[in-house]
Design a protein around this ligand. Structure first.
Ligand code: C5P
Length: 307
C-alpha cells in the first residue's frame, strides 16, 4: 500500500446531555459534556494511485447492514465531501474495522467520518486547518465536529460549538449495550411529544462553569443527567424501560459512582473511581448483556500512523 495510514476512530459518551426546544430548522440545541474513550474503530486509508472511486471494505466484530448501499455510509459521504471541497480526483481505498456498536449513542459513525477527514487531510498535505475540518465535519452530522478535536468538551449549539478542557479524569467507564438499536431522530421526536403532551418546558441551561466544576468533583457527587433517559424511562416501550432500569441498577449495584445513558441510547455506562470494581463488574455483566466494554477517558486524539 505504501503511503497508507492507520487512523483510530474512538467512541464517546455524553456524561451530561440537556436537550432544548426544537429550532425552526428541525434541530434541537443541546448542552452536553462529551468524553472521548480509548475504545473504538480503526480505519486504514490509502490513495488509489491514478484511479478514481472509493473502495470501502468492512471488517471487525460489529457487522454493518449489507443491504444499505455504500453511498449511504457516512464514511463514504466523508470521502465524497473531502474530494468535492478539495477538488481531489484521487480514488481511495478504505478498510474499516468496526468495533463500536451501531445505533448505540457512542458516536461510532460520526467518529469514523471525522477519522476519514483527518486522514485524507494528512494524505493530501493538510490543505484544511482544523477549524475548516470542523466545518466540513458539521455538514456530515451534528456529532462529527467533536471527533475532530476529541478529549473532554463542553458542547452546545446542535453539536458544533465545542470548548475542550484539560481536566483530570481518574476514572474507568464500563459501557453496557443491551443489544437493541436506538434511532436518534425517533428519540428527539419522542422527547418533543412527551414534553408537548405534559406541557413541560425544557430544563434551564446548567452553564459551562457549573458543569466543569462538577466534572472536577468526585463522580459520586455528579448531578449530570440525560434528558433522553428520563423520556425513555417514562415513555419508552416496556422493553426499553425495563432494560435501561435493569442495566443501570446492575451498574449501580456493582459500585459505579455515576450511571447514565449515552446520547440517545442505547448504551448505558457506569463511571467507576475504583478500576478494580469496574473489572469485577465487567466479568459479571459480560455474561448478562451482549456488549460490555471496560474503557478509559482519552485526553486527546491519538496521532495517525503511516504504514
Ligand atoms: O446531525 P445528524 O444527522 O446526526 O442528526 C440526525 C437527526 O437527529 C436530525 O435530522 C434531527 O432530527 C435530530 N437532531 C436534532 N438535534 C440535534 C442533533 C440531531 O434534532 N442537535
Amino acid at each position: 500500500m505504501g503511503d497508507g495510514i492507520r487512523v483510530a476512530a474512538p467512541c464517546k459518551i455524553n456524561l451530561h446531555l440537556g436537550v432544548f426546544d426544537r429550532r425552526s430548522d428541525g434541530y434541537h440545541p443541546i448542552e452536553s459534556i462529551f468524553q472521548m474513550l480509548d475504545f473504538g474503530d480503526v480505519l486504514w486509508i490509502d490513495s488509489l494511485k491514478k484511479r478514481s472511486g472509493i473502495e470501502l471494505h468492512m471488517g471487525g466484530a460489529i457487522h454493518m447492514d449489507v443491504s444499505v448501499p455504500p453511498e449511504q455510509n457516512i464514511v463514504y459521504k466523508a470521502v465524497r465531501l473531502f474530494q468535492m471541497e478539495q477538488g481531489d480526483e484521487n480514488g481511495y481505498y478504505i478498510h474499516l474495522e468496526k468495533a463500536i456498536p451501531l445505533g448505540a449513542g457512542l458516536g461510532g459513525g460520526s467518529s469514523d467520518a471525522a477519522a476519514v477527514l483527518i486522514a485524507l487531510n494528512q494524505i493530501s498535505g493538510r490543505p484544511f486547518t482544523n477549524p475548516e475540518l470542523e466545518s466540513l465535519a458539521a455538514r456530515l452530522g451534528s456529532d462529527v465536529p467533536f471527533f475532530i478535536r476529541g478529549g473532554t468538551a463542553y458542547v452546545t449549539g446542535r453539536g458544533e460549538e465545542i470548548e475542550t478542557f484539560s481536566v483530570p479524569t481518574p476514572w474507568a467507564v464500563l459501557l453496557v449495550n443491551p443489544g437493541f438499536h436506538s434511532s436518534t431522530p425517533e428519540a428527539f421526536a419522542l422527547l418533543d411529544r412527551v414534553r408537548a403532551e405534559a406541557m413541560e418546558p425544557a430544563k434551564p441551561l446548567r452553564g459551562r462553569d457549573e458543569l466543569l466544576q462538577m466534572l472536577n468533583s468526585h463522580p459520586g457527587n455528579w448531578t449530570f443527567y440525560n434528558d433522553f433517559l428520563e423520556v425513555f424511562l417514562k415513555r419508552g416501550t416496556p422493553e426499553v424501560q425495563q432494560t435501561y432500569r435493569n442495566v443501570l441498577l446492575e451498574l449501580k449495584n456493582f459500585g459505579a459512582d455515576f450511571i447514565n445513558l449515552s446520547g440517545s441510547g442505547s448504551t448505558c455506562f457506569g463511571v467507576f473511581s475504583d478500576p478494580e470494581r469496574a473489572k469485577k463488574a465487567l466479568i459479571t455483566l459480560k455474561s448478562r448483556w451482549p456488549f460490555v466494554k471496560l474503557s478509559f477517558p482519552l485526553a486527546r486524539r491519538a496521532d495517525t500512523v503511516v504504514e
